[in-house]
Design a protein around this ligand. Structure first.
Ligand code: SAH
Length: 241
């Protein structure tokens, strides 16, 4: 890749978990230099467009006139989201071909359970230069928020996307893993079962890490009655000896 092409890559900027200060210097510079920033939002039943990514960028002082907000359907079917992303691919490629500096943003790191990576792969396969700017994933920020040594010594780390059973969690932890469970809203009942089955583990529950409404719980009784919203995750560890 020559230097000119490299400068003009379409950049996938990782925004970090929500605290605007947890973006990297490199990510911030890319946003400040951008002409167009594609930013996902979800539209509520009342027709209001919500975008945590846009909120982070506004707090960073990024000019909202550069935002290209696109809506991601709340529909669970992946095809619907891919249709929206296909349109983003075409529009982003057209702007890039005009010589504009184009960014796409993602919360946390853009390469960790991040559906926007589909756009990265598609543009790449079309020969358009793409660049992924790394960011802090929510579970790393959660560990910091809880003062945790997420994995220590010989332990292994298992990250699962919410499709998990209490028995599987038991097997992982029993075999020396610390377990991070993302997309917690999908497995509320199994988590409650795990809390009952394995009181001998350490549980760390997090909601909205890095935001003013951040929640960080360690008491089983409190976790049992927690809300388990979309932006929540759990870290399960063998009990500290
Ligand atoms: N790319 C993101 C993960 C996206 S998947 C990253 O690197 O962290 C979405 C899941 O991430 C959510 O269901 C939730 O489990 C977790 N998540 C993202 N942001 C979060 C936050 N601020 N607080 C708690 N969990 C969060």
């Amino acid at each position: 890749m020559d230097e000119h092409t490299k400068l003009n890559s379409i950049r996938f900027v990782s925004l970090g978990p929500g605290d605007p200060e947890l973006i990297t210097v490199k990510g911030l510079k890319a946003l400040q230099e951008a002409d167009c920033i594609f930013c996902p939002e979800t539209v509520t039943r009342q027709g209001e467009g919500l975008s945590r990514a846009a909120d982070i960028m506004l707090e960073l002082g990024i000019d909202s006139r550069h935002f290209y907000r696109f809506s991601l359907p709340m529909d669970k079917r992946r095809e619907k989201a891919l249709e929206a992303y296909d349109k983003v691919c075409v529009e982003a490629a057209n702007l890039w071909k005009k010589g504009l500096k184009v960014c796409l943003v993602a919360e946390g790191d853009a390469g960790l359970y991040s559906s926007v990576h589909y756009v990265y792969e598609k543009l790449d396969s079309e020969g358009i230069p793409v660049e992924h700017i790394a960011g802090i994933p929510a579970f790393i920020a959660a560990g910091a928020c809880g003062g945790l040594h997420i994995v220590s010594q010989e332990e292994r780390l298992m990250v699962v996307p919410g499709v998990v059973t209490a028995d599987e969690i038991g097997n992982f932890v029993g075999n020396g893993h610390a377990v991070v469970i993302m997309k917690l809203s999908r497995c509320k009942e199994e988590i409650k079962r795990c809390l009952q089955l394995h009181p001998e583990y350490d549980y760390h529950y997090f909601e909205n890490v890095g935001l003013p409404n951040e929640v960080c719980l360690q008491e089983t009784e409190q976790i049992e009655t927690a809300a388990f919203p979309y932006f929540s995750l759990l870290i399960v560890r063998p009990k500290a000896s």
